[in-house]
Ligand binder design. Structure first.
Ligand code: NAD
Ligand code: IPM
Ligand code: MN
Length: 359
């Protein structure tokens, strides 16, 4: 019997609809290799919808995303016509918070050696093998937007945004990182904060030691985030799992993306283990290249692979990643990776590869 999945799709703004349109057929083809069928449920939320209706994420839409789907695939949100980013806050951050998707999982894996921008330190080494995963806390830190604004627009303006770190929420992201490391044969985990300057971050050190006590086989280390940024460029191979707060995870994930080919390839999963999740490329709406058919759809396709895996279709997820590797080997890439293919052509190549390689 065919397994059926109902997936909400929010293409969003800018290049979002372009990369999502290229990704959906590839996901369908990958799911089909495991006898599964994807039923897309396309939702209009984004800047156009907001500007036309004043609605960001209506209650009925939220209820459906919470109760009526097996997962959510999102393109990108962000539009110069909405300078305060209100719709993205309500839709993207709103879904992360309100669905309590506390793990923002952002793998940084080098799928083709030529994609790494770092010079080889040892020319005899045939290639690099960067492969680490960032576990970004996804429900608090500075992102809740709680605080005060006084004397706005005057010379005395004072803005306060609270950075919130609570023990249960820090504990659960730390545990998720350890559990993933254990389940995936990783032997080292790096926790990053800025506790030498931001007192609230000291909580992370205490809880890292407490949670880590249950994982004696995993080497546990700490890095201040400034030093980690430096070391990620100097020696990315040594990292396996990085766990950190919401803001640092955001910044480190763009750095991590660039180490393995750029934002055009970086995928993410926003999850609460055991529940439906939200899957999206790490990149934004890239307004300056929107509408030109040159956006790289691989980040969306790889986010789709994370979705398939989360749905229990591990084989299909692996096929999809294999198809991306084959595409990179064949050099069918968009201009950000040095190629001349369009967004649509990359999607079609991957879809055809999956259809023809089916056994
Ligand atoms: P961005 O990720 O949109 O773009 C950064 C750079 O990467 C740009 O040079 C862009 O052209 C390039 N780029 C990004 N994705 C690409 C792709 N798939 N193919 C080729 N090149 C790609 O970040 P930004 O410029 O800082 O933000 C633009 C808007 O997107 C803002 O409104 C921002 O708030 C929003 N944003 C949204 C998300 C999200 O929806 N998850 C993430 C980041 C930024
Ligand atoms: C990301 C984005 C978002 C974030 C923005 C658009 C709010 O940069 O998903 O990485 O900071 O989480
Ligand atoms: Mn980001």
């Amino acid at each position: 019997m065919t397994k059926q999945f109902r997936i909400a799709v929010i293409p969003g703004d800018g290049i979002g609809p372009e990369v999502i349109d290229a990704a959906l057929p590839a996901l369908e083809a990958a799911a089909a290799t495991e006898g599964a069928r994807m039923n897309w449920h396309r939702l209009p939320y984004g800047a156009d919808h907001y500007l036309a209706t004043g609605e960001t994420l209506p209650d009925a839409g939220f209820a459906e995303l919470r109760d009526g789907v097996d997962g959510i695939l999102l393109g990108a949100l962000g539009d110069p016509r909405v300078p305060d980013n209100q719709h993205a806050r309500d839709i993207l951050l709103g879904l992360r918070f309100r669905l309590d998707l506390y793990v923002n999982f952002r793998p940084c894996r080098l799928l083709h050696p030529a994609l790494c921008p770092l010079r080889e330190r040892d020319p005899r080494t045939p290639g690099r093998s960067i492969d680490f995963a960032i576990f970004r806390e996804n429900t608090e830190g500075g992102y809740l937007g709680q605080g005060t604004a006084e004397h706005v627009g005057t010379a005395e303006e004072r803005q306060v945004t609270h950075e919130i770190h609570t023990a249960p929420k820090v504990t659960r992201i730390l545990r998720a990182a350890f559990e993933w490391a254990k389940a995936n044969g990783r032997t080292r985990i790096t926790m990053s904060d800025k506790s030498n300057a931001v007192p609230a971050h000291r909580l992370w050190g205490r809880l890292f030691a407490e949670v880590g006590a249950a994982y004696p086989d995993i080497t546990q280390e700490h890095r201040y985030v400034d030093a980690l940024a430096m070391e990620l460029v100097r020696d990315p191979e040594r990292f396996q799992v990085i766990v950190t707060n919401n803001l640092f995870g955001d910044i480190l994930s763009d750095l991590g993306a660039e180490l393995v080919g750029g934002l055009g390839l970086a995928a993410s999963a926003n999850i609460h283990p055991g529940r439906p999740g939200l899957f999206e490329p790490v990149h934004g709406s890239a307004p300056t290249i929107a509408g030109r058919g040159i956006a790289n759809p691989l980040a969306s396709i790889l986010s789709g692979s994370l979705l398939l895996d989360h749905l229990g279709l591990a084989g299909a997820a692996e096929r999809l990643t294999a198809a991306v590797r084959a595409d990179l080997d064949a050099g069918v890439t968009t201009p950000d990776l040095g190629g001349t293919a369009s967004t649509t052509e990359v999607g079609r190549w991957i879809t055809a590869w999956l259809q023809h390689s089916r056994s």
